[in-house]
Write a protein that binds this ligand. Structure first.
Ligand code: LLP
Length: 390
């Protein structure tokens, strides 16, 4: 995976002159290129961007303009999708838990396409929202290779119904008056092995032969950044063709991860038994290294002195607050900036207010200017929900 595009890197220097760190910055051209690459690999597929990866309105609205739809997983995300201008039929709500209150809220808001995740979910959705257009999520019970937290297609994960339960779930849905468009599989996230997808496709082919015909086949997302998508795509397209269905996809990371960086400044070095570079971003801003052991490349935005090996240490009161380990970087001066790469997906969206840390500023480079997608959260706003009603 390559480093920063030189134009974007130059733009980051201009952002550093205007904005305090830490901040997220995204390159619009990169997102657009990924949409183009996906469309080229999967002509005719309907693309539902997994908005959990990056839900900024300024990004969602661009995607809408390019004909990309959204995959959501909470009523909050559905509200956000509608606020960005998406129509009900352009939003697909998945998720294992849909409470009666959430279903009532959807009725008010306008019911999107719905993913059914279990027998109980099928029954409840039918009871509250009869007539809805739904897909049934299958748990293909496969040994998917990825981090344990990111595998959803293994038999022991909480997602979907096992192949042997598909018939019963379909009966419940149809008896309850739901319009079942098709089946859905999402094997997991950050998948790098095409064989995992092939195994998933084979399970779906069998199920379509047994329970079809359907109108739609939703093969989910999960494309890792190192996956050869162009090689895999013809197999997915061939399957959809054989089954006579419309192909749907739900990529998150693939579209936005490489477009985004987290920019942080260093405020010194220190040594214990390891050599640390101290920075102003940490686990409150980017949780992936701590939660999944994710390795994000780091690119210095300074020239610096002789190279040294550092761990990048954040400001939190936790030993795990290390953004990257064993990095060889030119020795920086106080205030020098670094870009943490591949942070456009699940970076800001998984940030938190841990330690009263305000959520960071988020910027979009349009090719001409920096657009503020989201202001840095004010510290005062952290107190709002605690103010008593008097
Ligand atoms: N479809 C469904 C039903 C999903 O649950 C997800 C992600 C996606 C599509 C998009 O997956 P992607 O193409 O982005 O891999 N926080 C983790 C990733 C969790 C993904 C959850 N579901 C991370 O930072 O890697």
């Amino acid at each position: 995976m390559s480093g920063l595009n030189p134009h974007f890197k130059a733009a980051l220097q201009s952002a550093l002159e205007r904005y305090e760190t830490p901040f997220y910055a995204y390159d619009l051209a990169s997102i657009q290129a990924r949409v183009g690459a996906l469309r080229a690999a999967f002509p005719k597929a309907e693309v539902f961007f997994a908005m959990k990866a990056n839900p900024r309105l300024g990004i969602l609205r661009r995607l809408l303009g390019w004909g990309v739809f959204l995959e959501a997983v909470s009523v909050g995300e559905v509200r956000r999708a509608y606020a960005a201008g998406f129509k009900r039929t352009e939003v697909l709500l998945n998720g294992p838990v849909k409470t009666p209150a959430a279903l009532a809220e959807l009725k008010e808001l306008g019911v999107p396409l719905l993913g059914l995740d279990s027998l109980a979910d099928a029954e409840r959705v039918a009871r509250h929202l009869p007539g809805s257009h739904v897909l049934l999520r299958v748990n293909p019970d496969l040994p998917v290779v990825t981090h344990d937290h990111l595998a959803t297609g293994r038999g022991e994960s909480k997602f979907g119904v096992l192949p042997q339960d598909v018939g019963q779930a379909l009966e419940i849905a149809r008896a309850g008056g739901l319009d079942v468009l098709g089946l859905h599989v999402h094997l997991g996230s950050a998948l790098e092995h095409p064989e995992d997808f092939r195994a998933g496709y084979a399970v779906m082919e069998r199920l379509y032969q047994e329970y079809g015909p359907f109108e739609v086949l939703n093969l989910g997302g999960g494309f890792g950044l190192g996956l050869d998508l162009a090689a895999l795509a013809p197999e997915a397209l061939g399957l959809a063709e054989r089954l006579g269905v419309e192909l749907w996809l739900e990529p998150g990371r693939y579209l936005v991860a490489e477009a985004g960086v987290l920019v942080t400044r260093t405020w010194g070095t220190k040594q214990t038994r390891r050599n640390f570079l101290l920075v102003d971003a940490g686990m409150s801003h980017l949780l992936r290294p701590m939660l999944y052991g994710a390795e994000h490349p780091v690119e210095p935005l300074y020239a610096g002195g002789a190279p040294q090996t550092f761990d990048l240490a954040g400001p939190a009161c936790e030993s795990g607050d290390i953004l990257a380990r064993g990095l060889t970087l030119p020795t920086p001066q106080e205030g020098d900036a670094l870009a943490i790469l591949q942070a456009g997906a699940y970076g800001s969206s998984m940030s938190s207010n841990y330690l009263d840390t305000p959520r960071p500023l988020e910027l979009l480079w349009t090719g001409e200017e920096w657009e503020v997608l989201r202001q840095r959260q004010s510290w005062e706003s952290l107190l709002l929900e605690e103010q008593s009603e008097g």
